[in-house]
Design a protein around this ligand. Structure first.
Ligand code: TYM
Length: 335
């Protein structure tokens, strides 16, 4: 197949900082599986990104393995896609150094996620936290990815990756594909159940704010029953009704119904009934992921085979782009 006929390359990653949230799932991840039917897909566990926040090594290792199993449980087929763990392919970090040299200090200082995380971890504002978006650009550019399916909070990082690619290409000649973001129409920003003005996050201190995709049914029901709504009583998507908007969005993602269809279905019903219905739907929706995760965790040999194969394929593919970038810069060839 010639370069012009090649299938588009899809790439995305997720940090292994704990069980994925409903936000991770309903934003990008539920689309990752179906994209495999049409495109060449590369998905990875971003363990190198995760160490920008200090981790306890044994727990971190366990979380990375569980996250890899979750990735497969969410529908990623390690035969059809390249599914690996970031630190197993050294080319990301190698390219990251090169890209750091075409990235400005000012650009990185403007990243809102850096500002948020620096405020949250004021005792450990390490250089990795600052250069994190450069590594993310390297993750994407080292495979010449065309499309990056992510949630809203990664928009700024993707924009930076695009700018870095364009700048490098201008300076050294055509090397990198300039990637496009792919954001779901519904679900790009699932909100906290306790403060629906904020995104749902893995690291929320309030245990009722975040639904994790391995939560059991009782836990899911409890969290939805306690979801914050508003003093109105109508179930409709509208300005100022962040809690209800979020629940309608979640319901729409889980059922495939449009927001309007969901509004019609619940017209005249009370908030209590609505919250129960959303909880039930989400619990059923996540059930297959929980079951598949439990099955995969019983077979660590299989998991290891998958991530080893994924890393080898990822390494081979990324070598081509990295070598090209090295040549363009003027590094001396040694082979
Ligand atoms: P991470 O691990 O924070 O999140 C993984 C993906 O989930 C999306 N997401 C959400 N989507 C909707 N609603 C939410 N509440 C929500 N919370 C999170 C994120 O936007 C993301 O798509 N830096 C990335 C990981 C990464 C990456 C990459 C992604 C590293 N290298 C290269 C794409 C390409 C991150 O920390 O995502």
């Amino acid at each position: 197949m010639s370069e012009t006929e090649r299938k588009k390359v899809i790439l995305s990653g997720i940090q292994p900082t704990g069980v994925f949230t409903l936000g991770n799932f309903m934003g990008p991840i539920r689309n990752w599986g179906p994209l495999q039917d049409e495109f060449d897909c590369i998905y990875f566990i971003a363990d190198q990104h995760a160490i920008t926040v200090r981790k306890e090594p044994a727990a971190f290792r366990k979380q990375t393995i569980e996250s890899y199993a979750l990735l497969l449980a969410c529908g990623i087929d390690p035969k059809r896609s390249i599914a690996f763990i970031q630190s197993h392919n050294p080319n990301h970090a190698q390219l990251s150094w090169v890209l750091g040299c075409v990235t400005q200090f000012g650009e990185l200082s403007r990243m809102t996620q850096f500002k948020d995380k620096a405020a949250k971890h004021a005792d450990d504002i390490n250089a990795g936290l600052f250069t994190y978006p450069v590594l993310m650009a390297a993750d994407i550019l080292t495979y010449n990815a065309d499309v990056v399916p992510i949630g809203d909070d990664q928009r700024q990082h993707l924009e930076l990756a695009r700018n870095i690619a364009v700048r490098f290409n201008q300076r050294y000649g055509d090397t990198f594909t300039v990637p496009e973001g792919y954001f779901p129409k519904v679900g790009a920003r699932i909100k906290s159940l306790q403060d629906p003005t904020k995104k749902m996050s893995k690291s929320d201190d309030n245990p009722n704010a975040t639904v994790f995709i391995l939560d059991d049914k009782d836990t899911i029901m409890r969290k939805f029953k306690r979801a914050v709504t508003d003093s109105d009583s109508e179930i409709r998507f509208a300005e100022g009704k962040d809690g209800i908007n979020n629940l309608l969005t979640i319901y729409s993602c889980a059922t495939g119904k449009t927001i309007e269809e969901a509004e019609k279905e619940f017209a005249g019903k009370g908030y209590g009934d609505f919250k129960l219905a959303v909880g039930e739907t989400v619990a059923d929706y996540l059930e297959p992921v929980r079951t598949e995760f439990a099955r995969l965790m019983e077979d660590k040999t299989y998991l290891k085979e998958c991530w080893t194969d994924g890393a080898q394929r990822a390494f081979r593919l990324s070598n081509k782009v990295l070598s090209k970038a090295y040549r363009k810069i003027g590094f001396v060839d040694y082979r």
